[in-house]
Design a protein around this ligand. Structure first.
Ligand code: PRP
Length: 220
């Protein structure tokens, strides 16, 4: 039996609803309920995978999914070898370094050597600081990172900021930016060649907004 073409979208979080809207734009109809991880669509050859945004780069890199929608932040964190097909117009945010507003640290140039940083992005954080000659202790968390400094767990955090409201509410201020992120459509590199016509057709349905194709190489 021929394997179906599979597209992965986030099943939770801030990218889920806009990704579901994107399906409508592409003429993909499906029925999604909370505990469904794989779903049929109106196209008998197309299956939808509902996965965690953080895991989608892995599924796409290793070919378990042909296409995926996820944030650039997690593609970089996973150092995923995938094709970046299209930057999407949602999920805009920045990955920033933030400290308590009262901290004596005012820039990334005056960090104490024994600094502790809490983050959901340990790989990106390590690469960023090590490229600046700093070797912080990185504490890997699974969310609510903004509370870590006020509880004494860490001196700083690296986390996403969009409106800035969460940082502000937790008494934190930005002292540096690591990267800009939006949602992206990514493809498995083999599938991109084998299924080029199908992928082009889906991209065409996204109102001709595709911004060209380029390979995401490993990031250092
Ligand atoms: C992200 C991020 C911040 C928040 C920032 O969380 O981790 O907590 O958004 O947004 P703001 O600047 O508009 O306040 P997300 O909702 O993605 O969930 P998470 O806690 O799972 O990271």
């Amino acid at each position: 039996m021929l394997q179906k073409f599979r597209m992965a979208i986030p099943n939770k979080g801030r990218l889920r609803d806009p990704a579901v809207k994107l399906l409508e734009q592409m003429g993909i109809q499906t029925h999604i309920d909370e505990r469904t991880y794989i779903s049929k669509t109106n196209d008998p050859d197309l299956e939808l995978l509902l996965l965690r945004a953080f895991d989608i780069p892995l599924y796409v890199q290793y070919g378990a999914a042909d296409l995926g929608v996820t944030g650039r932040d997690v593609i970089v964190e996973r150092d995923a070898k995938v094709y970046e097909l299209k930057k999407l117009d949602f999920g805009e945010c920045q990955l920033v370094v933030a400290t308590p507003a009262a901290s004596r640290i005012s820039s990334l140039d005056d960090l104490p050597p024994d600094i502790k940083i809490a983050t959901e992005y340990p790989n990106t954080t390590a690469r960023f600081f090590e490229s600046r000659g700093v070797h912080p202790e990185i504490l890997s968390l699974r969310g609510a990172t903004e509370i870590a400094p006020s509880l004494g767990l860490a001196d700083m955090i690296v986390d996403l900021s969009s409106s800035g409201a969460t940082l502000h509410r937790n008494g934190l201020r930005v002292v540096g930016k690591i990267l800009d992120s939006t949602a992206e459509m990514i493809a498995n590199s083999v599938s991109f060649r084998v299924n080029r016509a199908r992928i082009d057709d889906l991209l065409d349905k996204l109102n001709g907004k595709a911004s060209g194709t380029r390979r995401i190489e490993g990031r250092e």
